[in-house]
Design a protein. Structure first.
Length: 150
């Protein structure tokens, strides 16, 4: 089976100059775990996922310690709400992951599963001749449970 048979489409995207507040609104309104980022020409240049809005462990220089950061700021005992308020104006281009794992529409489900496991990602954009046409998420794999038996 090909990924094009289970992918979600059309894909809602955001421009690289969208703010994180706009990105969050789209993700919440549509219940998406991610949104691809496109440039002025409509070419996909990155992706923002819900993990980009969460704390991430960052190493402290010259130590073996990791300290959580949110939007590039060290996470303290207070002030989290203020960090999120300030982050509203950050642009998608400044937060997105640029090296995105993608597949062509004729990729098999097995290939997509292998990529998800290898790169520990939950969704993979689907391209046709370098143009974004869909996205396959782990959620889309549920569709395999409802397929008619051949």
């Amino acid at each position: 089976m090909k990924v094009s048979e289970i992918m979600s489409h059309p894909v809602i995207t955001v421009r690289e100059d969208a703010t994180l507040e706009e990105v969050a609104r789209i993700m919440l309104d549509h219940r998406f775990g991610s949104v691809p980022v496109v440039n002025e020409q409509g070419t996909m240049i990155g992706i923002i996922t819900e993990s980009d809005f969460a704390a991430k462990g960052k190493g402290v220089p010259f130590t073996t310690f990791e300290v959580p950061q949110v939007f590039g700021h060290w996470l303290g005992k207070s002030g989290v709400e203020q960090m999120y308020q300030q982050a509203r104006a950050i642009l998608a281009a400044d937060t997105m992951t640029r090296d995105v794992i993608t597949v062509q529409e004729n990729a098999t489900i097995e290939e997509v599963l292998e990529l998800m496991l290898r790169y520990d990602v939950n969704r993979i954009p689907v391209l046709r001749d370098k143009v974004l046409i869909g996205i396959v998420a782990r959620y889309d794999l549920l569709k395999l449970m409802l397929q008619e038996r051949k």
